[in-house]
Design a protein around this ligand. Structure first.
Ligand code: FAD
Length: 614
């Protein structure tokens, strides 16, 4: 027998241990069971591909490596869109959430941020032990297999023996022996590629505390064999604090919304009842914190490196050194309904455990606190994402898709969004269907991918509403209307049940809209009647935005051939513009317009060239 079945009684997956696997064949292989990997495997199987997930440890599938929370402004939009395309994350959030709130509620609905604190164990359980009927049906199909093992290398050959330069992937080699062959491979190795962990002056190889890094063969193949440009980034996590050592009376309490709003469009309520939800607490740093950081910075290897860290989720060391004299917020967040631990959001740190204890004890409410697990930092390789097509396939390696932190992003939601789209496209291409892109006029997932492949990253990328030029149209509440119908009719990743539900919602909205349109009132009277419901009042703005979106869609539909030699192209372009186009190789005219340094005149010349040569 080639595969030894694992006893894993609660899961519905087909689980196997990879040590004695020889050659097997699948349509899609997904490497890594983090947030990108789990969405990728589920999405590839939804479009009909026979898919295998290979991950180092089955027990870490669905682990929240850092903060026990989901969503927020921009990130919440991504969760709603993942759900609209029938992904896993929204439903897992509704099952595991223990404190739901809508951020930014005083502003317009386009920038509301659905967010929840999560129970870590429940989140992991949901992803590992799916219970909802639809999900159960999906993952108990023979289309999904999960193998525990480490992928040592990619199996690569030339895409065309006559033309060196372009490769194609045909599978993976396992560290413990054996090969698995497939038409597509999705790499979602997160912080594990050449991963190194930092605490004080100690450094050790690792992808996350307790987990080894990815095998070196994988990084080498990406760099040396495929010639991909690789960069290095870093991030960190705070210490976890023992709850009953905190004096909450010295902090400000923040209650959840009294009526929790589910992430998923197909859920009408959350698993946690309103009265069971837990509060969060707010406290602040003091001058004593700054002193500990400054006094110990020479003993902290992580912060002495040049590697870029997450600008919008910086370590306490970076905040103190960049903004001396300022007070910084520290949110104390529950790690679970029955957990004994609290997560101090805002206190990511990499100093030695002794210094970490000194630091937290300078904070009101934490003067007697005890640390359960110290914080640490991680540095890892990422692949510069401008080397990908908008469907997340590596341009020079047919069949190889990348998603998640490996593309230079940070955050569970960003990883899951890419995993979903890469999984869909890996599944489609393995079944000989054309790959699909998502426009930035249509979704935040489209904005995320377009930013990554079009502009690249110089620091860990996270989503904000300000990144979307059409944000009044891309609201969390209408993600189903924007994506579910296309997801069913064109992409093939949405269940019929969800599709029918969205058709029902759409019909109801259309009916209400026609009823409103038959009434003619002044703007002031409408405001009196409707209060917050702005749908008719915003009509002229929405119409204008729709025209701009249509113009962008036309530009995006004009593909730029990938083999254009921009340096010698016989059109009037400056040397600087030629070099930018040559380096970035935009996939469409729309993507070229968004490149820094590309002039409107250059776009006109390119447009004419593409039309002449169609
Ligand atoms: P991961 O969740 O990292 O999953 C990668 C998976 O791939 C793992 O299951 C691993 O076992 C598997 N794997 C790797 N290599 C192989 C291989 N060769 N063979 C088989 N399996 C393999 N995000 C924030 O937004 N803010 C933060 O402040 C923040 N801090 C962080 C601090 C730390 C210390 C860490 C580790 C992560 C932090 N994150 C933070 C990042 C967040 O965890 C990630 O953005 C998110 O988990 C990325 O998801 P992913 O699916 O890309 O990768």
């Amino acid at each position: 027998m080639l595969i030894r079945r694992l006893r894993f009684p609660k899961t519905l997956f087909t689980c196997s241990i990879a040590s004695d696997v020889r050659i097997q064949h699948y349509d899609v292989i997904v490497v890594g069971g983090g947030h990108a990997g789990t969405e990728a495997v589920a999405a590839a199987s939804r479009v009909g591909a026979k898919t295998v997930l290979i991950t180092q440890k089955i027990q870490t599938i669905g682990v929240l490596s850092c903060n026990p929370s989901l969503g927020g402004v921009g990130k919440g939009h991504l969760v709603k869109e993942i759900d609209a395309l029938d992904g896993v994350m929204g439903r897992a959030g509704d099952w595991a959430g223990i404190h739901f709130s809508i951020l930014n509620r005083s502003k317009g609905p386009a920038v509301w941020g659905p967010r929840a604190q999560l129970d870590r164990q429940r989140y992991k359980d949901f992803v590992q032990v799916p219970f909802s009927l639809y999900y159960k049906k999906l993952l108990s199909t023979p289309r999904v297999t999960i193998l525990e093992g480490s992928v040592q290398d990619l199996l690569i050959t030339l895409a065309d023996p006559e033309k060196p330069g372009k490769h194609k992937v045909y599978g993976i080699r396992l560290a413990h022996g054996g090969e698995i062959h497939s038409r597509s491979v999705v790499l979602t190795t997160g912080t594990f590629l050449s991963g190194a962990l930092f605490m004080g002056q100690n450094t050790s190889p690792g992808g996350r505390m307790g987990d080894p890094p990815s095998c070196a063969g994988l990084s080498n193949t990406l760099k040396e064999v495929l010639g991909l440009r690789i960069g290095r980034l870093r991030t960190g996590t705070p210490p976890r604090i023992i709850k009953n050592t905190i004096d909450f009376s010295l902090t400000d309490i923040r209650l959840p919304d009294s009526s929790p709003t589910p992430f998923s469009f197909i859920n009408t309520s959350t698993h946690c009842k309103p009265e069971e939800q837990l509060p969060c607490y707010l406290t602040y740093t003091t001058p004593g914190v700054e002193k500990v950081v400054k006094d110990s910075s020479h003993l902290n290897s992580h912060i002495q490196q040049d590697t870029k860290g997450p600008r919008y989720c910086p370590s306490i060391e970076s905040k103190v050194l960049r903004f001396p004299g300022r007070q910084h917020q520290v949110w104390l967040e529950p790690e679970g309904l029955t957990s004994d631990l609290m997560y101090p959001q805002g206190l990511s740190m990499t100093m030695s455990p002794e210094k970490q204890l000194c630091l937290i004890r300078e904070i009101p409410g934490l003067q007697r606190a005890k640390i359960h697990t110290p914080g640490y930092g991680v540095q890892y390789d990422f692949v510069c994402p401008t080397q990908l097509f908008p469907w997340l396939e590596v341009k020079i390696t047919q069949g190889l898709f990348l998603a998640g932190q490996i593309n230079g992003t940070t955050g569970y939601e960003e990883a899951a969004a890419q995993g979903l789209w890469a999984g869909i496209n890996a599944g489609r291409t393995s079944l000989s269907m054309p790959p699909l892109s998502l426009s930035r006029t249509q979704s935040y997932i489209g904005v995320l991918i377009d930013d990554l492949v079009g502009r690249g990253v110089t620091e860990p990328y996270r989503m904000f509403t300000s990144r979307a030029e059409f944000r009044t149209s891309l609201r969390p509440d209408n993600a189903d209307l924007r994506l579910t119908l296309r997801g069913f009719e064109e992409v093939g990743c949405v269940s019929e049940q969800r599709y029918n539900e969205t058709l029902r919602v759409q019909a109801g909205l259309n009916e209400a809209l026609s009823a409103l349109q038959s009434i003619s009132l002044s703007a002031a009277r409408w405001r009196d009647k409707l209060g917050d419901v702005n749908i008719t009042l915003y009509r002229p703005h929405c119409d204008k935005q729709r025209r701009e979106m249509e113009r962008m869609q036309v530009e995006e539909s004009l593909s730029l051939p990938q083999d254009i030699d921009y340096l010698t192209l016989p059109v009037s372009l400056s040397q600087e513009v030629r070099e930018i186009l040559d380096a970035m190789r935009p996939s469409t005219l729309g993507a070229a317009t968004r490149l820094p340094g590309i002039t409107p005149a250059a776009i006109v010349h390119l447009f004419n060239y593409v039309h002449r040569n169609k």
